[in-house]
Write a protein that binds this ligand. Sequence first.
Ligand SMILES: *Cc1c(COP(=O)(O)O)cnc(C)c1O
Length: 385
Amino acid sequence: MDLSYIINELGEERERYFNAVAPPIIQSSNFANRTVAEMRHKMQHEAEEYLYSRGNNPTVTILEKKLAALEGAEDAIAFGSGMGAVAAAVLSQVKAGDHIICINHPYSWAKTLMRKFLPRFGVNLTMVAGDDIENFEVAIRPNTTLIYLESPTSFTFELQDLAAVAALAKQHGCSTIIDNSFASPLHQNPIEYGIDLVVHSCTKYIGGHSDVMGGVVCGSRENIYKIFKGEYMTLGAVMSPHDAWLFIRGLRTLPVRMERVAASTRKVVEYLARHPKVEQVLFPFLPAHPQYELAQRQMRNNSGQFSLLLRADKLAQADRFCDSLQHFLMAASWGGHESLVFPISATYASEEMKSDLPFNLVRFYIGLEDPDYLIRDLEQALAKM
Ligand SMILES: *Cc1c(COP(=O)(O)O)cnc(C)c1O
């Protein structure tokens, strides 16, 4: 399916709403029935019908169709946040007594879910370094039902060989989930490699303007139906019609934004990789990176995130560098128009959130600004460090 068709036409029925170019926001929680027979039918087939907006809503459906197509999935289901999607996807694949394998350094709340929350329900976790398939092989137990991936990972941007992990999981009857937020649905499609469920925080690239929260799970019709009947209707973390409309608007410009972000990021990374105050740039698209070949094979392009290991002996130096940046906003998240910096040492504030990564690691997100404007800012801040 053409990308342009998915983004501009798929799922839209303009003749039903005055040929409006932008779809209507069907801001309704409820849908009426003309007869008992109709109501009975809709209650039997709620996954395909409009009965009540905790199930389906027409504006949300347009977005779900587009996101499923972008991931090459049969179906998709949208949530009120990325974590709503991660939690539903994970819960759909486990029961008491099961075991999960998860890569090191996933998104922090995904880790909290699997390490602290699920053990309360008798589901246990092993975390492994994801860069070697042998680590997964060794960790598999008879009760392992799920392998949870994130490639590239948060903060360190390590990759997993998706085809190899998917093949191993199939051999052992485990399912696989990947958080694909960092690559965006344009730069990596894990279902191609045999991964079962693909999750995105739509809050990031898909929204693209730092003004709306949402998530999505993409997968087979069977898996999405199971999530709809189970976690979706029961836990109720649904996306609002207005938010779905904002995400559809975000999708219209996703290809141009991703192209710009990718090119600017390469330019900024090339500058930083040569800077004497930078010990290392964590970015798998640098030829010197040990996973460069895998990145080329598995992903269509880089996106806008990377981390720096600064040549700093003291936390105060790293802090001074970050505090001196004038055009990078200091914040969590990423994927909007604005460039961001996130010093890992900010997580040292509490035992609960503390990362095991070193104080000289600083994560960047490159937005839509002129890359030379950003490089000048980095230059003056590195000089002050
Ligand atoms: C932000 C993020 C999430 C969580 O998404 P929310 O929309 O904030 O709930 C999950 N995974 C990754 C990789 C993220 O960056």
